[in-house]
Design a protein around this ligand. Structure first.
Ligand SMILES: NC(=O)c1ccc[n+]([C@@H]2O[C@H](COP(=O)([O-])OP(=O)(O)OC[C@H]3O[C@@H](n4cnc5c(N)ncnc54)[C@H](O)[C@@H]3O)[C@@H](O)[C@H]2O)c1
Length: 262
C-alpha cells in the first residue's frame, strides 16, 4: 500500500529533539524514512537519540546548537547540509523555559524583569525566527518545504503564571502565519501545533509527584489524560508529509480537548 505519510528522500531538522516531544517527532520521521538531524542544546542528548534511531536502521545525525543564537543556528544548518543536504522539513520544537532556565522563571512576572522574561522569549520566539530564517533560502530555491512550530495552548488562550511564555508562543504563531503568506508561492508551508499538558521530562515528574494537582488539571481536559509525545508526533508527521500540501498558516491544537479551535 502507498503510505501517504512517507518522508522518503526528505531531510528533517528537529530542534530540542534530545528528549520529550522533539525526540518522538524525530523517531516518527525516521520511522517514515526521513533523514533526521537531531538538534539539542545538550550534545549528549541529541547523540543518544540519533544513535537509537541509527541502531533501529534509521538515518539520523546529531547536531548540537543553541537555537537562541543566530550564529549557532547558522553553523548548525551548514553542518546539517554537509551531513545530509538541504533541509526539507524544519520542526521548531525547542522551547519551554529554555535549556537552562533561571531559578526565578516561575515567580510572578511582575516580580522579575527583562533578564528572566528574555529566557522565555529567546527560546520560544527568537529560536523560531532564527531557525526559520536559516531554513528559508534553500526552501525557496528548491520550491518546497515544511515549517512546523510547536506552540502551547498558553499561546492561544493564555495561562496564569506563564504570561511571558504565553506571549512568546503567541508571537511564534503570528510569525508562522506571516511566513505562510510570504512563502506559499514557493510551495513552502508554515503551521503550528499547539499542545497542552504532555508527559515529557519537562513536566512528567512534577505532575506525578503531585497527584492532586494532576487530577485537578485533568478535570479541564475532555479526554481525561495527559498527552503523550506520540499524540503530538502523529500530527506533526501529517503536516510534514506531502499529504498536507494545501494546508498553511494554521494552528492545530493537540490537547485532549483542553481548549477548542473554532
Ligand atoms: N510538555 C508539555 O506539556 C508542553 C505543553 C505545551 C507546550 N510545550 C512545548 O512543546 C515543546 C517541547 O516540549 P517538551 O515538553 O518536549 O520539552 P523538554 O524540556 O522535555 O525538551 C526540550 C528539549 O529542548 C532542548 N532545548 C531547550 N532550549 C534549547 C535551545 N536553546 N537550543 C536547543 N535545544 C534546546 C532541551 O535541552 C530539551 O532536550 C516546547 O516548545 C514546549 O514549549 C510542551
Amino acid at each position: 500500500m502507498n503510505d501517504i505519510l512517507t518522508l522518503t528522500g526528505r531531510v528533517a531538522l528537529v530542534t530540542g529533539a534530545g528528549q520529550g516531544v522533539g525526540q518522538q517527532v524525530a523517531e516518527h520521521f525516521a520511522a517514515h524514512d526521513a533523514t533526521v538531524i537531531v538538534n539539542d542544546y545538550f550534545a549528549e542528548r541529541a547523540q543518544s537519540v540519533a544513535d537509537a534511531i541509527t541502531a533501529r536502521g534509521g538515518k539520523a545525525f546529531a547536531v548540537q546548537a543553541d537555537v537562541t543564537s543566530l550564529e549557532s543556528v547558522k553553523a548548525m544548518f551548514a553542518q546539517a547540509r554537509e551531513l545530509a543536504g538541504p533541509i526539507d522539513i524544519l520542526v521548531n520544537n525547542a522551547g519551554n523555559l529554555g535549556a537552562t532556565p533561571s531559578p526565578d522563571a516561575r515567580k510572578p512576572f511582575w516580580e522579575h524583569g527583562p533578564e528572566v522574561w528574555a529566557g522565555a522569549i529567546d527560546v520560544n520566539l527568537y529560536g523560531v525566527i532564527n531557525c526559520t530564517s536559516a531554513a528559508t533560502p534553500d526552501m525557496i530555491e528548491r520550491q518546497r518545504g515544511r515549517i512546523i512550530t510547536i506552540i502551547s495552548d498558553a499561546g492561544r488562550v493564555g495561562e496564569a503564571g506563564l504570561e511571558v511564555y504565553s506571549a512568546a508562543k503567541a508571537g511564534a504563531a503570528g510569525f508562522m502565519r506571516a511566513v505562510a503568506r510570504s512563502l506559499g508561492r514557493y510551495q513552502v508551508t508554515a503551521n503550528c501545533v499547539a499542545i497542552s499538558a504532555t508527559f515529557t521530562p519537562a513536566i512528567e515528574k512534577r505532575l506525578k509527584d503531585n497527584p492532586e494537582m494532576l487530577k485537578k488539571m485533568m478535570s479541564k481536559y475532555v479526554i481525561r489524560r495527559p498527552g503523550k509525545p506520540t499524540d503530538v508526533a502523529n500530527m506533526v508527521l501529517f503536516i510534514a508529509s506531502d499529504a498536507s500540501e494545501w494546508i498553511t498558516g494554521q494552528t492545530y491544537p493537540v490537547n485532549g480537548g483542553y481548549a477548542f479551535a473554532v
